[in-house]
Design a protein around this ligand. Structure first.
Ligand SMILES: *[C@@H]1O[C@H](CO)[C@@H](O)[C@H](O)[C@H]1NC(C)=O
Ligand SMILES: *[C@@H]1O[C@H](CO)[C@@H](O)[C@H](O)[C@H]1NC(C)=O
Ligand SMILES: *[C@@H]1O[C@H](CO)[C@@H](O)[C@H](O)[C@H]1NC(C)=O
Ligand SMILES: [Zn+2]
Length: 556
């Protein structure tokens, strides 16, 4: 009774207060005023987490000036060199709202209000926006988007490593070499750089497959999948097979992720009808090459790998995707950070440098499940991998790019107070007087059917901080969908300054090719302003010198 009385009181307050003034920006009735969800702390405009925080004019002027002075003190940018190493960090489904919410969540875990937190890649000097739509789709999936940022070519949804001439599910068009597009990994291998892929999803999932496969359907991860889809696996090679046997895939020095089942015979619990054990084949191939190799299946084995004496590393840590980091507990499965560490430690021994793809693949899947908190934890795990890479590599020779393939439908909305839990209640409706949360989805499993009287479900007493909690969604669906807004590109290192604007997503691969001096198209090493101008300059300089010598001789 008390609660509904309170709601009624809010309602009356709204009616009174909204009668005048700006009807778009009404007086805000916030959850914080109910003193319930701010980790037990009552927040007010002047007191954040119990501290009297004075963020007055002086504070913000100093903040602005400090940032400005820091920017003005930077003298070594842009870095006009070729990139010896390139690391592409791909946060699958890492939309801008996901980044903001994870940043707030991280700060709140540290006992701060949260909004002011800065993630590692947000400190990178150059940023841009990436337009993610595909040839036939307003909103991208990970297959067409991987083809864009890894191969430099946009294509149709659900297809990988081929252009839009391929008909989805059509084997004969998949096999036509003229329809294939090569990835940055192929370009790198062609100029003698080492290559590797790391992911928390199945290694045959869309994003990593973009680095090596050519398929007319992203689901063709094993020969059984091809068959199930009504296509002929003897005509169309599945993704796992392409990884182990075909060019590009077979040359990777580091392959770490999940998805063991697509590499194991069906009779041994895998999903290969052809009964080929592709992991054994990988080992036989390395043995024949006489190189130092290791195949590992769990975290213990990975951490025991001597990265100084291993040249080829295959790690398949799960039948399917790796576990969400929030659910992992004591499982013997490595984190994304640990896999990234092994990859960089092995690849950084390469004299000609390396190209590495690291995917935080399950930010996306946690969103699909409507599990916002699990998504934020995945993003923070992804950030740890970025921290390792940025501390272990040299900005002068290593280009690091952090980006996403597409957005999701999660928003941060309402007018929650500063420092309010990111899982808290944001505002109360002035129509039905019920609350809504800061985090919600446009569609997905978080949908709640209205009550019999037609009223919305009241989420006031939901356990919204629970790791399995699904914030409300407007439309019901078993899997929340991707979003179509631009995603951000963060970059540091050689040629990172080529990311300053709004670009088509496929541009990313072109910058990588230019910076690494590999693949088709422009290369810094050939057309680089340094080499070019200094040659021209020295030619002019020599002519001037001759003239001076000539004139001096003439008059002496
Ligand atoms: C695949 O595409 C080709 C060329 O358009 C066509 O001739 C063929 O019938 C298609 N095959 C299937 C199985 O759809
Ligand atoms: C993989 O390699 C085999 C053998 O060289 C070749 O026949 C096949 O076309 C290749 N598959 C793709 C998708 O490139
Ligand atoms: C890790 O994998 C190896 C090889 O499959 C196995 O022998 C070992 O028992 C596993 N370790 C743990 C802790 O599961
Ligand atoms: Zn997805």
């Amino acid at each position: 009774m008390y609660v509904s009385g309170l709601k009624a009181a809010f309602g009356i307050l709204f009616l009174v207060l909204t009668a005048e003034g700006d009807s778009y920006h009404k007086p805000r009735v916030r959850q914080a005023e109910q003193n319930e969800y701010n980790h037990g702390r009552l927040l007010s405009r002047r007191s954040i987490n119990g501290k009297n925080v004075v963020e007055d004019a002086e504070f913000w002027r100093k903040q602005g000036q400090d940032t400005l002075a820091e920017q003005l003190s930077i003298t070594n940018r842009p870095i006009e060199r070729a990139a010896k190493n390139i690391i592409l960090f791909l946060g699958d489904g890492m939309s801008n709202p996901t980044i903001v919410a994870s940043r707030i969540y991280k700060g709140q875990l540290e006992g701060k209000p949260g909004e002011e937190t800065e993630l590692e890649f947000e400190k990178f000097p150059f940023t841009a926006l990436s337009k993610t739509y595909c040839v036939d789709s307003q909103v991208a999936d990970s297959a067409c988007s991987a083809t864009a940022f890894l191969c430099g070519v946009k294509t149709d949804i659900d297809t990988i490593g081929i252009d839009a001439n391929v008909i989805e599910n059509n084997c004969s068009t998949q096999n036509q070499p003229e329809n294939h597009v090569d990835s940055i990994m192929k370009w790198a291998q062609d100029v003698g750089k080492a290559t590797g892929i790391v992911t928390t999803t199945r290694i045959t999932h869309a994003t990593p497959a973009g680095a090596y496969a050519h398929v007319a359907n992203r689901n063709w991860e094993s020969d059984r999948d091809v068959l199930w889809n009504g296509a002929d696996p003897t005509v169309c090679d599945d993704i796992a097979e392409q990884l182990i046997k075909n060019n590009t895939g077979k040359n990777f020095k580091v392959i770490l992720g999940g998805g063991r089942r697509a590499f194991i015979p069906a009779s041994e619990g895998g999903s290969r009808n052809d009964e080929v054990d592709l992991t054994s084949l990988w080992e036989e191939m390395r043995e024949a090459e006489g190189v130092r190799y290791t195949y590992v299946r769990n975290r213990t084995e990975l951490l025991n790998v001597n990265t100084q004496s291993t040249d080829y590393l295959l790690g398949l840590f799960s039948r399917s995707h790796l576990e969400y980091s929030i659910d992992k507990g004591e499982m013997d499965e490595p984190s994304l950070e640990e896999m990234t560490q092994a990859a960089i430690d092995i690849l950084s021994r390469e004299p000609n440098g390396f190209v590495l793809l690291v995917e935080g693949g399950r930010i996306d899947q946690a969103h699909h499940d409507g599990r916002a908190k699990a998504a934020f934890e995945e993003l923070l795990e992804f950030e740890k991998a970025v921290i390792y890479a940025s501390t272990k590599t040299n900005e002068q020779d290593t280009l690091i790019i952090v980006t996403a393939d597409h957005s999701h439908t999660m928003t941060i909305n309402g007018y929650p107070e500063r420092g309010n839990s990111i899982f808290g209640i944001a505002s109360y409706s002035d129509i039905d007087l019920l609350p809504w949360p800061t985090i919600s989805y446009a569609n997905g499993p978080g949908y709640r059917r209205p009550l019999e009287n037609g009223s919305r479900v009241d989420i006031t007493n939901d356990d919204r901080e629970n790791k399995n909690y699904k914030p409300i969604a407007t439309a019901p669906d078993t899997s929340e969908s991707h979003g179509g807004e631009d995603v951000t590109i963060y970059a540091r290192g050689p040629q990172a300054h080529l990311f300053q604007g709004v670009y088509e997503q496929n541009y990313i691969a072109h910058v990588i090719g230019y910076a690494g001096c590999m693949g088709p198209g422009l290369h810094f090493c050939d057309a680089g302003t340094n080499n070019g101008t200094s040659l021209i300059f020295s030619a002019h300089y020599n002519i001037i010198l001759y003239i001076i010598v000539f004139v001096v001789k003439l008059y002496s």
